[in-house]
Design a protein around this ligand. Structure first.
Ligand SMILES: [Zn+2]
Length: 455
């Protein structure tokens, strides 16, 4: 009896200790990491902690600012360092101030450059990350639409999806458009002109496909991953998101030199873009093709070669295709998507429309690209594979996902980092696009609209 009661007392003491400890842990929420991802699309601030971050946010005017209170938090060195991470050329944020507001409440004040639309949300642990509190700062006007209007004039800008908000031109919109244009002009690409010219000469020797001479076509190029989502990491530490952006920028520069072809990038910087936003951007500019660029990774280091994927309405064509689609679709979990951003219109379209016709065109495009990739790299699979990739779900745009090579293979990782190889990779994709158009000339825009309504 005595022993028992002594044990009971110990147990109770232990329980109390645990309660006390967890109480202390709750009282001292500590921010373990902060990150800032500035971009014309939106600027993101991420706070990371070992537990959910209890918070509240208010918006204040004159001057424009956001005030975020973190409950039961202390000012860690990581949180303090947030102020230094704001770049002077951030499109939206002037500065961030961090201070103790009252006992147990830390206040973060974000001073803004203009009126904005904020989104704040929490993310559960995913990938390498613990609990995250994410603040996304959006412009009031879509920078992509502002860019198109400035470039092409209002006549040629897609009118179907224009909203009164997009059509207005307030001063901050103009500033954003200028930044977007500056980021998109070919001269701004980080490429040595001498190398470019030399490579361009070589590439013209090789390209045997006739130049495309139909109406102006728009190619949406989608550099996979970005920002919070690094994608696959190579053995030498290179990140998929950086390689995909370099190749995509080179492909855009090459396409823009072609007569009657122009390219837009779904992202032109190091920031995260949700999968459905990538599709939406392509649809907004009425893209004729959508090409998502990635670099593969697999647990076996020996795995190598290029592959091309299209959407499957049914099952995946192989276990590997299914594995890869699952991995690529995890991007939204790791990158972090606010539920509010999900587009109900797109979701409905995906349910309503049969994608069979588009998938057939996607397979033709994929096979043409795969054929040319085979000239510069071993092919992982000889034909286009299919699986449920979320990023390929535009119901009306032939879409492919190119896994350029395996970043997890040390030899291929080395080549993927080589600008000359990146240029060749882009040139092969362009050759594939031209080959596709030579046997599948695009419909005129009015016929496309008719066939859309007829479906
Ligand atoms: Zn990827």
């Amino acid at each position: 009896m005595r022993l028992f009661s002594a044990r009971n007392i110990l147990t109770i003491a232990g329980l109390l200790g645990i309660l006390l400890l967890s109480g202390i842990a709750n009282a001292a929420l500590s921010i373990t990491a902060t990150r800032v991802w500035p971009a014309a699309d939106y600027t993101r601030i991420t706070l990371e902690a070992t537990q959910p971050i209890v918070h509240s946010m208010i918006m204040l005017k004159d001057p424009e600012r956001l005030v975020i209170d973190l409950q039961q938090a202390d000012i860690s060195p990581e949180l303090k360092s947030l102020s230094e991470k704001i770049q002077p050329d951030d499109p939206y944020i002037r500065q961030v101030r961090v201070g103790n507001f009252k006992p147990g409440v830390v206040r973060v004040v974000v001073d803004l450059k203009s009126e904005i639309r904020p989104e704040i949300f929490q993310l559960p642990p995913a990938g390498e990350y613990q609990h995250r509190l994410v603040l996304d700062i959006y412009p009031l006007v879509d920078p992509l639409m502002a860019l198109l209007q400035q470039r092409d004039g209002l006549q040629t800008a897609p009118s179907l999806e224009m909203t009164p908000e997009i059509a207005s031109t307030s001063p901050p919109a103009t500033a954003n458009a200028e930044q977007a244009i500056a980021a998109n002009i070919p001269q701004a690409l980080p490429q040595a002109p001498a190398i470019t010219d030399k490579l361009a000469d070589k590439a013209t020797d090789k390209v045997i496909d006739k130049p495309y001479d139909g109406r102006m076509v728009t190619i949406a190029i989608d550099p996979g991953h970005g920002g919070e989502d690094p994608g696959a990491i190579g053995a030498r530490g290179s990140r998929e998101k950086d390689i995909t952006l370099s190749i995509a920028q080179k492909l855009k520069a090459q396409i823009d030199k072609e007569p009657n072809m122009r390219a837009i990038l779904t992202r032109d910087g190091d920031y995260f873009l949700p999968l459905n936003s990538r599709v939406q951007k392509a649809r907004k500019v009425q893209a004729d093709l959508f090409i998502s660029i990635h670099a593969d990774a697999f647990t076996r280091r020996e795995a190598n070669g290029s592959s091309v994927f299209a959407l499957s309405e049914r099952g995946a064509t192989s276990a590997f295709a299914r594995y890869l689609a699952q991995k690529e679709n995890e991007s939204d979990l790791i990158g972090g998507v606010s539920i509010n951003v999900k587009d109900p219109h797109l979701a409905r379209t995906l349910l309503d429309l049969s994608q069979t016709a588009t998938i057939n065109d996607s397979l033709k495009l994929g096979q043409a690209v795969l054929g040319h990739l085979g000239e510069i790299n071993r092919l992982h699979k000889p034909r286009v594979e299919q699986a449920g990739f979320a990023v390929l779900k535009a119901p009306d745009i032939p879409s492919i996902l190119v896994e350029t090579a395996f970043i997890s293979n040390p030899e291929e990782e080395k080549r993927l980092n080589d600008p000359v190889y990146q240029y060749k990779m882009a040139a092969s994709i362009l050759s594939g696009i031209k080959k596709y158009f030579s046997s599948n000339p695009p419909l005129s825009k009015s016929r496309m609209a008719e066939s859309r309504f007829a479906d």
